[in-house]
Design a protein around this ligand. Structure first.
Ligand code: PLP
Length: 414
């Protein structure tokens, strides 16, 4: 596929913005500045029109039908699976399971692998910066299996303390489940090293790729990840569709997560046999439309090129970090050396929610609160932060406008 770099000599953000109709809407009579990309990204026209095309021209249930529409829908659904495989460089299509999103992907592993293989006294390692969806499923299975959850500490900059991780590793550790890039701090974890060390102790590693997949190159074989989860809606695709990558031999050894149509080989009055991978983990009619459409989001990212996206977003992050550091009383939460484009901060004496409300009046969408990482907020001794997160379509002039609005909000609130 031709990359964006070959089409445009420099990163033409204004050209890119034309692909996203929502960026040209008004919010509270102001031009929208969308800095809530870590929660969900906006969608390009190619994604929006692919959804319309699906429902207007080939909507049908998949796999079991022999008519033309069913065959077309099946083909488009399975084509996405193949494009996802390439996107994250999995070795086989059987290793790509469609789910509702990262949350369901992690629940699938915790529930299926966890209940089959965790024994009393086994340990599950999580980092101190995990999203609730990479904590609660493990707490649930730990309680059921009488296993223990242990937390890898982080330093004040928001980086995993590798020496502490080393100390926690032992033969008791069966699972290390860790975020690739933090939604609250922006930290990019040294995931390859973390996986390597876990494997030396025989542990299986689950990578939460919800935040990393739209920003970083993902190569599950290079990382040697056992499981990798991500969501369509955070990579410019639709909501309600996500992916679980799992190594084939691990998925083969796992019992089904849910029972129903599609996941069976044969059913009798006495019981059932399971279908082959990946269908063993895709019970019932899947989210066909959004799976079909997901490949258009992947194509969009590939057309611009991850290197170009990363360069642009890093520039925005650096620029915004410099500008915000000039405001007195602002404290950046998350100052790791390696970061994705997330700028989280607190303002002395001002509640984050009040800032969010005032910025919204200026048409600026940021996120405020604990960002589904309550234990992490406790670690920093705060109730929440303001979080601006940048995507491939954001601009420096939007950052300037945001800074002006932030100055104004702080003046009003102090
Ligand atoms: N993990 C991280 C790091 C996230 O940022 C999120 C969403 O914000 C999730 C998991 C859950 O993703 P989803 O709600 O799409 O399942």
């Amino acid at each position: 596929m031709e990359t964006y770099r070959t089409i445009h000599s420099s990163y033409d953000v204004e050209h890119i913005r034309k692909d996203f109709p929502i960026l040209h809407t008004k919010v509270n009579n102001k031009s929208l500045v969308y800095f809530d990309n870590a929660a969900s990204t906006q969608k390009p026209l190619s994604v929006i029109s692919a959804l319309q095309e699906y429902y207007t021209t080939f909507n049908a249930n998949i796999h079991r039908g022999i008519h033309t529409l069913a065959e077309r829908a099946t083909h488009e659904f399975e084509t996405t699976r193949e494009e996802v495989r390439k996107f994250i460089n999995a070795s086989a299509r059987e290793e790509i399971i469609f789910t509702r999103g990262t949350t369901e992907s992690i629940n699938l592993v915790a529930s299926s692998w966890g209940r089959a293989f965790l024994k009393p006294g086994d340990e599950i390692l999580l980092s101190a910066m995990e999203h609730h969806s990479n904590m609660v499923p493990w707490f649930i299975v730990a309680r059921q299996q009488h296993a223990n959850v242990k937390i890898i500490p982080i330093n004040q900059q928001g980086e995993v303390i590798l020496e502490e991780y080393e100390k926690l590793l032992s033969e008791k550790v069966k699972i290390v489940s860790i975020v690739h890039a933090s939604n609250s701090l922006g930290t990019v974890n040294p995931i390859k090293k973390i996986i390597e060390r876990a494997h030396q102790h025989g542990a299986v590693v689950v990578v939460d790729g919800a935040q990393s997949t739209s920003h970083l190159h993902i190569d599950v074989q290079h990382l040697d990840a056992d499981f990798f989860a991500f969501s369509g809606h955070k990579i410019y695709g639709p909501t309600g569709i996500g992916v679980l990558y799992g190594k084939k031999h691990l998925l083969e050894a796992m019992p089904p997560y849910q029972g129903g149509g599609e996941m069976i080989g044969e059913v009798t009055y006495q019981g059932f046999t399971t279908n082959e991978l990946p269908y063993k983990f895709e019970a019932g009619t899947p989210n066909i439309a959004d799976a079909v459409v997901l490949k258009h989001a992947i194509r969009y990212i590939n057309t611009i090129g991850k290197d170009n996206i990363q360069r642009h977003e890093n520039e925005l992050l650096q620029y915004a970090t410099e500008k915000i550091s000039e405001i007195s009383g602002v404290k950046i939460i998350g100052q790791a050396k390696e970061k994705i484009s997330i700028l989280a901060f607190t303002v002395e004496g001002v509640h984050h929610q009040d800032i969010g409300i005032l910025l919204d009046k200026e048409g600026i969408a940021i996120r405020t609160g604990h960002h589904c990482t309550q234990p992490l907020m406790q670690r920093y001794g705060i109730a929440g932060t303001n979080r601006a997160s940048f995507a491939l379509y954001n601009t420096k002039s939007e950052v300037d406008y945001f800074m002006q609005a932030l100055h104004k909000a702080i003046r009003m609130l102090r």
